[in-house]
Design a binder for this molecule. Structure first.
Ligand code: PEP
Ligand code: MN
Length: 451
């Protein structure tokens, strides 16, 4: 342990090397009169998470890499400032805890729980500009960059939004911490919530498993399990590390280890669009100690994965690197095996997670972006099949979901149809599973895990 005081991030070698590299998907705000002040402010605020928590999460993910735990991630495609209310946050945390109980039972293993929450405020876009009725304006890039309203004023890239993003993340995280340590996570309570799902006749086929979970909890109780201790649970926060101005400004040198940590979240991932090996995002995240993820789309080559490992996990440290594949239901069985095999043969121990959302996005004639529940499930099934055939571990799932009763994805046993979109389609970006669809995913994945 170093005894000297930790140096400032400004003096840490290599931490700013990304600035010399190609950087994609960034706001055009460097010349904004408030930019320097905002960055200075963010460099001075308290960290949102602590380095020690981040290290603990890396250890939990090392268990996932070894096949001894399962990794669940869920949350909005794009969080909103307005959506950071107690009700919405508790709904999302509650749904994730419900999913986690079912998965814990199915896997007979601990579940590492993470919200795409408290920082998921910026979005990569396929086009810089958006045209509506002959008017062209900059695309919406997440509320930490600009507003969703289609007006010139709202679409301006405003660095002050990073400060609001920081404070909204802080209050969200504060509530998450309260919920997950204050009795809200009590296993018996969470299981009782799941009875609401089962009481819906559409979900009758999951009744057997729900009854088994019931009996397991009664058995634990009878054995004298310490339910007081089980009232708290570890819950982590992660988001796509897209806005490098924000991520860099929140990076601190840990006083214990003298190493850099991005304290905006426990876990950060690099999106499919910004994972260029020589580019800024990969370079920046290679310099921080957090556990990190990389999204891998259907065109990923084995060589890409091996070079990403060399760059992001040169020590081959289990728990450091998670690959989040998002191939699409029709491609996963063909495209995933080569990657998993190549990585396995290289000796690296990464965590494999399936994101069954982003490869299955379609547009319906009414203009809405949606996903079919059956495609989502089919991609998850394909993910399990591939890992089973190779003898590797299907480490986790990453879904876009909410605790609310929205209508954004089609299908599920308590089916959502297109007609419902008119009233209950709320997302500002990609379509999310609603509360019931999320729980159904958990029951189905638990069935795959229990096999
Ligand atoms: C996302 O997770 O919302 C996203 C943009 O994903 P991807 O980078 O996989 O397209
Ligand atoms: Mn998305």
């Amino acid at each position: 342990m170093p005894t000297e005081p930790a140096p400032s991030a400004k003096d840490y070698p290599g931490l700013d090397e990304w600035r010399e590299r190609a950087v994609d998907q960034q706001p055009t705000w460097a010349e904004h009169p408030d930019f320097r002040r905002v960055v200075g402010e963010l460099e001075a605020v308290p960290p949102l998470v602590f380095a020690g928590e981040t290290d603990r999460m890396r250890q939990r993910l090392a268990d996932v890499a070894e096949g001894k735990a399962f990794f669940l991630t869920g949350g909005d495609c794009a969080e909103t400032f307005e959506g950071a209310t107690a009700d919405r946050i508790s709904g999302r945390v509650r749904t994730l805890l419900q999913m986690a109980v079912v998965l814990t039972y199915g896997a007979s293993m601990p579940v590492v729980k993470m919200g795409r929450m408290a920082g998921q405020f910026s979005k990569p876009r396929s086009s810089n500009m958006e045209t509506r009725d002959g008017v062209t304006l900059p695309s919406f890039r997440g509320e930490m960059v600009n507003g969703f309203d289609f007006t010139e004023a709202s679409r301006v890239h405003d660095p002050n939004r990073m400060v609001q993003g920081y404070h909204t993340s802080a209050s969200t995280l504060n509530l998450i911490r309260a919920f997950t340590t204050g009795g809200f996570a009590d296993l018996r309570l969470v299981h009782a919530w799941n009875k609401g799902f089962i009481s819906n006749p559409a979900h009758a086929r999951y009744e057997t498993m729900a009854r088994e979970i019931d009996r397991a909890i009664m058995f634990m109780d009878a054995c004298g399990a310490d339910f007081e201790a089980l009232k708290s649970t570890e819950f982590y926060a992660g988001h796509e590390a897209l806005l490098l101005d924000y991520e860099r400004a929140l990076t601190r040198i840990d006083s214990r280890t003298h190493l850099p940590y991005d304290t905006s979240a426990h876990f950060l991932w690099i999106g499919e669009r910004t994972r260029g090996l020589e580019d800024a995002h990969v370079d920046f995240l290679s310099k921080v100690r957090n556990p990190i993820g990389v999204k891998l789309g259907p065109n990923t080559q084995v060589d890409d994965t091996l070079r990403l490992i060399d760059k992001l996990d040169p020590e081959r440290e289990p728990g450091r690197l998670t690959f989040i594949t998002r191939m699409g239901a029709s491609k996963i069985r063909e495209n995933l095996p080569g990657l998993v095999q190549g990585v396995r043969d290289s000796g690296a121990k990464v965590v494999w997670v399936t994101d069954p959302m982003h490869g299955n996005t379609i547009s319906v004639p009414s203009g809405f972006k949606t996903r079919r529940f059956n495609d989502v499930i089919d991609e998850v099934r394909g993910f399990f099949e591939v890992h089973e055939a190779l003898g590797t571990f299907p480490g986790g799932i990453h879904v876009e979901m909410t605790g609310d009763d929205v209508a954004e994805c089609l299908g599920g046993s308590d089916a959502v149809d297109e007609a419902a979109f008119a009233d209950r389609y709320e997302t500002l970006c990609d379509p999310r599973l609603n509360h019931m669809q999320s729980l159904e995913v958990a029951f189905l994945v638990a069935e795959f895990l229990a096999r």
